[in-house]
Design a protein around this ligand. Structure first.
Ligand code: SAH
Ligand code: SF4
Length: 360
């Protein structure tokens, strides 16, 4: 809920407007789990909030830990019983006292784009998430980090299940609420898209401070049509023009993501084509060795092929993303797919196994 709508609701309850700030702050405290624990409010107001509002639209259906407790994967149950995945990762300080904790949120239950290397793509789309469900994933993850002695949340990435710009209204509203109500700065928010060109233009106008990440994965239309089927609607020339316009309007450096798949997009030709477009868009490149998924023979290339690919990107800013959480199937959509396959996850989102599954 934005500050504005909360102030309107408080006026309706006969409460002063300054209470809104107090309630918003309390809403983001990771140790507060219900309106009833907002002890700073009068009891009658706590009851009124409880009667009129939902404290959280998501709850944890399952939780897994990896990386010695520094990565947590949450299966979030929505109020209609559907489930999405949220990941919280704590990274060691790069400079003293500056630890970062990143939350990765889902924007849709499943995804209609259907990229063949992605576990979410195989599920198809059930429905889009509301803005509240996106924001509440960040709050739930903040509480999970806090319970493990980690946090606070410093970064949010829209890289979970779903295509954020196919759900642009809720995505943008959630970004505005995060910026308005939490202490997360827009620069620390990244929206990843498979290439919805009109959505990229909208993003530049509505949320110019956030970082744009584009899941490129192929630098020729022929290959990208196969890897990211949305390319048939918005081919590379149109997509890259939208990326350049976004960069010019926002003065932010875009990121290109490249899920490296052995024998598919790891050739030197693709590397050189990627280098050209990255140079052209002044983009940072994130190379992600493919996480294997159930039912696909594709996987990451061997070390020598990866090295040759990276060496061909000379002169471009490149990060090789570490594959944290691989031991808990923490790549997009994999936890839900695995629990369904084991029939641990019932169709209504409840689990037929202990709530917490610890992985060591
Ligand atoms: N739908 C959006 C955001 C969610 S996916 C998008 O596609 O950008 C976030 C990132 O994870 C994307 O770059 C996606 O291509 C990548 N990804 C999906 N499945 C993967 C896998 N099996 N291994 C590595 N990266 C994967
Ligand atoms: Fe959808 Fe992104 Fe997965 Fe493609 S990679 S199917 S766009 S979630």
């Amino acid at each position: 809920m934005s500050g504005e709508s909360l102030r309107a609701l408080l006026a309706d309850c006969g409460e002063p407007a300054w209470r809104a700030e107090q309630i918003l702050q309390a809403t983001w405290q990771p140790y507060i789990e219900a309106f009833a624990s907002m002890r700073q409010l009068p009891a009658a107001l706590r009851d009124a909030l409880d009667a009129r509002l939902v404290f959280s639209t998501v709850s944890a259906a399952a939780e897994r830990e990896a990386d010695g407790g520094n990565t947590m994967k949450l299966l979030c149950r929505l109020r209609d019983g559907l489930t999405v995945e949220t990941v919280a990762m704590e990274s060691p300080a790069r400079t003293a006292g500056r630890r970062r904790a990143t939350v990765c949120v889902s924007t849709q239950v499943g995804c209609a784009v259907g990229c063949p290397f992605c576990a979410t793509g195989r599920m198809g789309l059930s429905r889009s998430c509301t803005a509240a469900e996106i924001v509440d994933q960040v709050r739930l993850a903040a509480r999970a980090l806090h319970a493990h002695g980690l946090g606070p949340v410093t970064h949010v990435v829209y890289m979970g299940m779903g295509e954020p710009l196919a759900n642009a209204d809720a995505t943008l509203e959630s970004v505005h609420v995060l910026i308005d109500a939490s202490s997360i700065s827009p620069r620390r928010i990244t929206i990843s898209t498979s290439g919805v060109a009109p959505g990229i233009a909208r993003l530049a106008g509505a949320a110019p401070g956030v970082t744009l990440a584009v899941s490129l994965h192929a630098a020729t239309d022929e290959l990208r049509d196969r890897l990211v089927p949305l390319n048939r609607a918005y081919p590379l020339a149109r997509l890259l023009a939208a990326v350049r316009e976004h960069a010019a309007a926002t003065r932010r450096r875009p990121t290109f993501e490249w899920c490296l798949i052995a024998g598919v997009n790891d050739s030197l030709d693709q590397a050189l084509a990627l280098r050209r477009v990255a140079y052209d868009c002044r983009a940072h490149v994130n190379v992600i060795p493919m996480n294997r998924i159930e039912g696909s023979a594709w996987g990451p290339p061997d070390a020598a092929t990866s090295r040759a690919f990276l060496e061909a990107l000379q002169g471009i800013r490149v990060t090789v993303r570490d594959t944290r959480g691989g031991d808990v199937d923490a790549a997009c959509g994999q936890l839900r797919a695995e629990l369904e396959a084991r029939r641990v996850l019932r169709p209504d989102g409840t689990l037929s196994a202990p709530r917490r599954i610890a992985v060591t």
